[in-house]
Write a protein that binds this ligand. Sequence first.
Ligand code: ATP
Length: 270
Amino acid sequence: SKAKLFDEKTDTKTSFKDVAGLEGAKEEVQEIVDFLKYPEKYTALGGKIPKGALLVGPPGTGKTLLAKAVAGEAQVPFFSLSGSDFVEMFVGVGASRVRDLFKQAKEKSPSIIFIDEIDAIGRARGKSNFSGSNDERENTLNQLLTEMDGFGTNTNVIVLAATNRADVLDSALMRAGRFDRQIYVDLPDVRERKEIFEVHLRPLKKDDSLDIDFLAKQTPGFSGADIANVCNEAALIAARKGNKTVNKQDFLDAVDRIIGGLEKKNKIIT
Ligand code: ATP
């Protein structure tokens, strides 16, 4: 079968209701939803609609989820691509993939393009620590810049990109008319963790013993993705025990297991 060029989803059902916490970030992207839905409201006064925004924050904090929710709220197609897909690409393929992606998105505009892990292609030019594929990466980055510059004022495609390393990005990406807005997506505090638990507890059969405040307090440093994992693990643990509902102990066991996994991951990194 032919390799997939990029993901396109037109059945974007994700909404802001699925994104817990992140009030500031949601407020900022609400504006992007508005640009996509009512572009003439802005262009009528001579304003230029921004072309791109960078979502910056640690892994698993909901950047992809938020980008999908923007598409869902605006009811526009969502085209996505991950920077890490480009790492082992043959010469010329990266740039042509970017070209195809923008072509499709323009044809289906208004639309959203989402580039996950943009640091994999957007590292400052000439500063890569690995040689070889470097030229190809630069070609891909240059194509991305060319495409964004080529947008007319009425293109109505907005490019969202995510990274947890905004510091390594080529400054050309952040120039006016490109990713000139940065939106921070941080790890959740205790109140936000509670809201994230509420979202991911929805589909579970919960025991009355469950105390969401307690769970939120037991999980400092957890990302939204970690919390989603805890909820799923707890349900699996309860099922393995043959329980009819998911109880507090199942959650404590799941939290322990996730903490164990996080510790292992950190050991590999350091
Ligand atoms: P990465 O940087 O690793 O790509 P990310 O910031 O894009 O991570 P997502 O892929 O959006 O994170 O999050 C993974 C999953 O974690 C989501 O699909 C969702 O189930 C859950 N999640 C993360 N953040 C939230 C949140 N704020 N509210 C609800 N669920 C969340």
